[in-house]
Write a protein of this length. Structure first.
Length: 302
């Protein structure tokens, strides 16, 4: 193991310790849920690993939301997740996820959590409120820049959100035009995704064309994906079935539905949840260009 990777693993341990202290000090309960589950939430572009008759979790969301349905209140978890066919400079098939949920909260509350969490981690681990990532200085004490997806397409994409969806260029424009144009000197939030990309988010009251979903970026890294939770089991089932239809049209197999989750979902209070990639947060704090530099073993070293 290189000295730089060893130093990064020490930094990684401090990041995880700071995260735990952050949530415990705010009254969140740390939970552990099974890694092997009968079904994940079907998604068009995420392929789970099979484990005998089960799947390895791609996210702990299914079981954590069932805890919300049972009255657990504010909860968080740091755990391993698995996604097949994901390998690159910022991806490994097995990675570490932080996920937290606010009962009776919404995505705006999660945005405030993100601002406070980033500030806490950077101050504790990096010794200040400014960090350097790949030659860029990022200030975490000046808030987080926010822009809606609709505004971003009009300002940076050269088209409208609706036209991009109609033409099938939405994802391409997001990656090639919008993400590179987001603020680089402060963390940035891209919010209010179109209903077609709402995932497990509820639609925005007063504007059902968008969902209350956001993604958090810093230094060009996508760090987190959060939303006000959808708690309508019929609508959620319809979205799962739509995701499976898209998979089939792409030549991928359909995935089983998480039926116990759907059965519980009607009991879930208004809530908000978010998943944050710990490996990428460590990359940010360590000024690491590759995820390989902040994990103990790469897949190729096993």
């Amino acid at each position: 193991m290189s000295l730089s990777r060893l130093a990064n693993l020490h930094l990684r341990a401090r990041v995880i310790q700071t995260i735990r202290e952050f949530f415990r000090s705010r009254g969140f309960l740390e939970v552990e849920t099974p890694h092997r589950i009968p079904a994940n939430a079907p998604e068009e572009h995420i392929e789970p690993y099979r484990s005998d008759t089960c799947h390895l979790q791609t996210s702990p969301e299914i079981c954590m939301k069932r805890l919300l349905c049972r009255g657990y209140g504010n909860i968080f978890q740091i755990c391993r997740c698995w996604r097949s066919n994901e390998r690159g400079r910022r991806h490994v098939p097995e990675f570490t996820m932080l996920e937290w949920y606010r009962a009776d909260g919404d995505y705006l509350a999660l945005m405030r959590d993100c601002e406070e969490l980033l500030k806490s981690v950077v101050e504790t681990v990096c010794g200040g409120t400014t960090l350097s990532y790949r030659g860029r200085r990022i200030e975490v004490n000046n808030g987080i820049g926010r822009i809606t997806v609709r505004e971003a397409f009009e300002r940076f994409g050269g088209t409208t959100m609706e036209a991009a969806l109609h033409d099938g260029t939405f994802d391409e424009i997001m990656v090639t035009a919008i993400e590179p144009a987001l603020p680089q000197d402060v963390p940035a939030i891209l919010m209010d995704y179109p209903a077609e990309a709402a995932s497990l988010a509820r639609l925005k009251p007063g504007d059902p064309t968008v969902g209350e979903r956001f993604e958090l970026y810093a230094g060009g890294l996508e760090l987190a994906n959060g939303f006000s939770e959808l708690n309508d089991p019929r609508e959620q089932r319809a979205r799962f079935l739509e995701a499976n239809d898209k998979r089939l049209r792409s030549g991928l197999p359909s995935l089983p539905l998480p039926e116990p989750f759907l059965a519980d979902l009607g009991d879930m209070p208004p809530a908000a949840g978010i998943a944050l990639g710990i490996d990428r947060l460590v990359m940010l704090c360590a000024d690491a260009d590759r995820i390989d530099d902040v994990i103990a073993f790469t897949p190729e070293e096993l």
